[in-house]
Ligand binder design. Structure first.
Ligand code: ZN
Length: 149
């Protein structure tokens, strides 16, 4: 029998060891935001390239715990190719997931691999780790590039 928790842990470890879309471009095409999470020591840089309401590319680079770093990889992989509007909906759903809220089947499908962070709601101290890169991309999508905590 497949153990869902084990599967989720596997997704997180895979993205931690082999992160997707890691490394910044420093290109003018990209919007950039740096956020950190002092309670854990996570430090995350995120770049967004969107055009005509569609996310063309996301890059991330930073230091932090496995939850934070893997989550940035999952975030980029989940949101690239989505419209800005779809991405904001997925981001909202991800926050609800971290709070332990029940999501509709459709919203769970939209989350894709990000559903692996469902168990984080049992560890409130880690919620900020999981959401850090998502907060960064949300701010970039909303046009708020101000660095703050
Ligand atoms: Zn962390």
């Amino acid at each position: 029998m497949a153990d869902l928790q084990t599967l989720y842990r596997q997704v997180i470890m895979d993205h931690y060891k082999n992160p997707l879309n890691k490394g910044l471009t420093h290109s003018d095409k990209y919007k950039f935001l740096h956020l950190n999470n002092p309670s854990c020591g996570d430090d995350m840089n995120v770049e967004l390239f969107n055009e005509n309401g569609v996310i063309k590319d996301i890059k991330h680079d930073g230091k932090g715990c496995s939850i934070c770093c893997s989550s940035a990889s999952v975030m980029s992989d989940t949101l690239i190719g989505k419209t800005d509007e779809e991405a904001l909906r997925i981001i909202e759903n991800f926050y609800l997931l971290l709070e332990g809220k029940e999501l509709s089947d459709e919203d769970q499908d939209l989350l894709g691999e990000a559903i692996a962070y469902k168990g984080v709601c049992q560890f409130p101290a880690r919620i900020k780790c999981a959401s850090l890169s998502w907060k960064a991309i949300e701010r970039l999508l909303r046009g708020d590039n101000n660095e703050s905590k």
